[in-house]
Write a protein that binds this ligand. Sequence first.
Ligand code: FES
Length: 267
Amino acid sequence: MAEGRPMQAQQTQEMKVATGDRPILPEGARTVPIYIMGKRYEVPETLTIMKAMEYVGYKFVRGAGCRGGICGACSTVYRKAGDYKLHFGLACQTVVEPNMYLTQIPFYPANRAVYDIEEIEPTADSVYELYPELFRCVACNNCTKACPMGVEVLDYISALKQGDIARAAQLSFDCIQCGLCASRCMGELPQYHIAQLARRLYGKYIQPRAEHLKKRVEEILSGKYDAMLEEVQRMNREELEKLYEEREREPDLTPPGAWMPKDIRYL
Ligand code: FES
């Protein structure tokens, strides 16, 4: 404690630092004005929307997850000054632009059918029964324009209308379930939930089984690896490290199939 300084004053100062006051920008750093839910802020021009919001004091309780463009929790809608169009993006991936007006849509209340994947047939009729609104699609393509992942939403919806579950599953593979497609749909379809059903049906019933995986599971169940695993479990740390260091390693840049280990007992 500094001499002669009242305890309360010292605590106040420590708290100010500990609660994370905004960082001081390096000299020369440029800022741009953005509008978050209608309020104007100056933020460093290099930040993503998510970091800019945190920079001005927002704390994410909802609306943020992976921060890596995968979870779909941070969907954001924005308009640029002088531009009539709506733009869509992930707050964790989209860099701020001067005079953007933004708001977040961390959850979209779209219809989600209830089903047990074990109980339904992998047919188009199952999809139509669970999501009859599929046929309300008017092919306006707003869904595709809203997708921050570049998924061809209208194409997979069209594939499903034609009964092609496999194509819908493949076309929607990059969907991160953010719901922005549904937010723009004039037919009020929950595209992302319908696509998820297609992928589940495809993965469980339609996709060819991996033969090598099936074979390996059979080998494990038959006890092929038991002795080797027991041997490894008996080793001490030094022995394990030695085993790891001396393991056979595939050389870098080997063409596929061109390398085989000397010990093939467990392949
Ligand atoms: S936080 Fe997960 S996609 Fe942005």
